[in-house]
Design a binder for this molecule. Structure first.
Ligand SMILES: *Cc1c(COP(=O)(O)O)cnc(C)c1O
Length: 381
């Protein structure tokens, strides 16, 4: 099966979310099919041999490739403006696959300290077992990035907006610095999605996603993706991922492919509502500070205006006056808001990162929380 009705005219982003990667089987289905199959058949023994040896392009086994997964990859690739996208089982599976593909023993990574908890654990505790070392730096302190560069530095890794304090990176400046040192810039674009930000346009070499979040948008499934600006990186990562088995399943791909059709509508509404709530929160006497990239009070509001289009995303971080008890009281007294750690759902959620999503991050690596909560708010791990 091949992509059909290949549309040549450049389409508006919103139209691409619906019309790109328009694959059709002989049944002429209108909604793209779900190919729920782990394997494929061959015409003959010779045919099987040719396909396994990659002399003939065809599907052989779904850990390697699956039509539904390919559709999702193609659509996301178009939305991010990439050269090649590879889907992964989860966001962490995407990050692990790209690091195993691109790094070797003895290599060095610089990662923003302001990152998702599991990402920090991967870089500072797991990859070190294999001789890959990471220096953590403050996302917005370029001198720290510069000082951390070594001859063996291969990757700069960051999120923007960053989890959980929503710092905004100066993407083009950091891309330039990475390239001066022959390193690649990897951007986790999970919070912005391609609707708000396309990091490859600003010099990123690779974009990673936890598709579990806004790409799904309804809190149903796990997924991830790696969008490469250069086909060579894409090829290396694909070959590693299909062997280590961090591949996305067809059902997940089908859900995510259909979810992308509503991404612009969902993100526009998330961002519009978040700005209203952030503005309101800033005026509440019980709130010490609000961190939202769309507020003029945000320390990188100017960068948010430069890099984020059509709004500033659906996540708001705020400090409650007092200590952890006050924060927990607010959470426990919320009415219909879910106490949950999975962002990007249509349902509003509330979480205390310091004791949930970021509890494993040691005090040493934890980003300093502005208007800092007292020590009692730190986990004891
Ligand atoms: C959730 C998340 C991840 C990890 O994604 P999973 O799909 O849970 O593996 C990575 N980066 C960010 C910014 C996230 O929020």
């Amino acid at each position: 099966m091949q992509p059909k009705n290949h549309i040549s005219a450049p389409l508006h982003f919103d139209t691409q979310t619906i019309r790109s990667a328009h694959w059709q089987s002989q049944a002429n289905e209108h909604s793209q099919a779900l190919f729920l199959t782990s394997s494929y058949t061959f015409q003959s023994a010779q045919d099987a041999a040719d396909i396994f040896a990659e002399r003939k392009p065809a599907y052989s086994y779904s850990r390697f490739a699956n039509p539904t997964v390919n559709m999702f990859e193609q659509r996301l690739n178009q939305l991010e403006g990439g050269a090649r996208t590879i889907a992964a089982a989860t966001g962490m599976g995407a990050i692990l696959s790209l690091t195993l593909a691109l790094l070797e023993q003895g290599d060095h990574v610089i990662c923003a300290r302001n990152s998702f908890g599991s990402t920090l654990v991967l870089f500072t505790q797991i990859l070190t077992k294999f001789g890959i070392h990471t220096t953590l730096v403050d996302l917005n302190d370029h001198q720290q990035w510069q000082n951390a560069c070594q001859p063996n530095t291969k990757l700069f890794f960051l999120e923007s907006p960053a989890n959980p304090m929503l710092n905004i990176a100066d993407l083009s400046a950091l891309a330039q610095l990475a390239h001066q040192h022959n390193a690649k810039l990897i951007v986790d674009n999970c919070f912005a999605t391609p609707y708000h930000q396309q990091p490859i346009q600003h010099g990123a070499d690779i974009v990673v996603h936890s598709a579990t979040k806004y790409i799904d948008g309804q809190g149903r499934i796990l997924g991830g993706a790696i969008v490469c600006a250069y086909p060579d990186d894409g090829d290396k990562i694909y070959r590693t991922l299909r062997t280590i088995g961090t591949s996305m399943g067809a059902f997940e791909a089908w859900i995510l492919f259909k979810s992308l059709e509503t991404l612009p509508l969902r993100m526009a509404r998330h961002s519009q509502t978040a700005l209203q709530i952030a503005t309101w929160l800033e005026q509440q006497p019980q709130i010490a500070s609000v961190h939202y990239p769309g507020l003029p009070s945000h320390p990188q509001h100017h960068l948010a205006q430069k890099y984020l289009k059509n709004g500033y995303g659906g996540i708001i971080t705020f400090n409650v006056k007092g200590d952890k008890t006050n924060a927990w009281t607010l959470i426990d007294n919320s009415d219909w808001i879910s106490i949950s750690g999975n962002l990007g759902d249509a349902k509003t959620i509330l979480t205390h990162p310091d004791t949930t999503t970021h509890w494993r991050v040691s005090k040493k690596t934890k980003p300093s929380l502005a208007s800092a909560p007292p020590p009692s708010a730190s986990p004891s791990d």
